[in-house]
Design a binder for this molecule. Sequence first.
Ligand code: FAD
Length: 353
Amino acid sequence: MQHIYDTVVIGGGQSALACGYYLRRAALDHVLLDEQEVSGASWLHCWDSLTLFSPAAFSSLPGWLMPESKGPFPSREEVINYLTQYEKRYALPVERPVQVRDVCYRNGVFEVKTSRQTYLARTVISATGTFRKPLIPAYPEQEEFTGRQLHSSTYKTPDDFAGERVLVVGGGNSGAQILAEVSKVADTSWVTLDEVIFLPDDVDGRVLFDQASARYYALQHGQKAPSSQFHVGNIVMVPSVKEARERNVLHTVRPFERFYEKGVVWPDGRRESIDTVIWCTGFGFALDHLACLQLPLDEKGRAQVEGTKAVKQPGLWLVGYGNWTGFASATLIGVGRSARQTVSEIQAFLQQN
Ligand code: FAD
């Protein structure tokens, strides 16, 4: 008889580890399956200079504070080290590299089909993040363009763009940070749908989180949400972006109308030759491995959930994909709450089924 786990967690990033922490505390028989070779999940693939928006103490998973960082905000390497140590500290049972290809449900048991073997489980937590689903908007005649196009998920360093004419597209923090460093070596324009809003220098991710939390709790308790001056999509003035401001390169232009073979056509009809377009246009949700369960997805690719529990599939939870699976669940500091609630629901489910 093949072993049946209480819970299989799909993923090995911060969301999966936070779930692992609570599964261990609940003494449930579980395993985490991650397709990466080593710890660090999507942080392994982010660009070299990426830093968090919040100080270490406000970027921690349950149980153990992130050690203080060298700079004001933890670097990519410091986050990877933290996740690696976290996994070891709690002896989380992560198996790597194991890619989950399909999850099916038969006779009350999940069959988790992977690159290694099929795992059986009574419950499944999907914690596969967004990084595998880069989004690039469609522009007319995009396929005609012979220059280079890449998404921020594959951008590593500005060195590749020295001397080029580069468009950075997207008005979020990734656009701002990538523009900040590429503009040092290339002729750049920053293309955004609207003017972007820069936060005051002393407002970082911690302030944003506190404000968003206050609003969330007020709404949860039927109270009037306090108005907030700042929004999560606004640009955080991390050191590289401040430095770009000093060089006077933080200007945005509205989108071009279409591509042509050598570049883009601007709204006034001007054609401009472009070497590279870097799309900093966000991510969808990595849920392809759940296709066999035939969950209805909305136009944004989201399954229907109550908290983190899948409405249409008993025994399945989705953790860490963004606010739709729990307030601030796509952050290190926010995912702990979703993970704790998820594991407590799994305990109740296992007792009843
Ligand atoms: P991931 O980190 O993506 O981990 C998912 C893991 O599952 C990966 O290892 C993936 O390979 C694996 N996986 C996927 N599919 C499968 C499969 N089928 N089988 C097996 N394994 C699979 N967050 C903060 O808290 N603070 C910040 O300051 C911050 N800054 C950010 C800046 C940028 C530019 C970006 C892009 C993100 C930032 N984030 C920040 C958010 C954070 O990086 C992500 O939300 C976070 O990595 C999500 O964690 P996760 O564990 O849900 O997913």
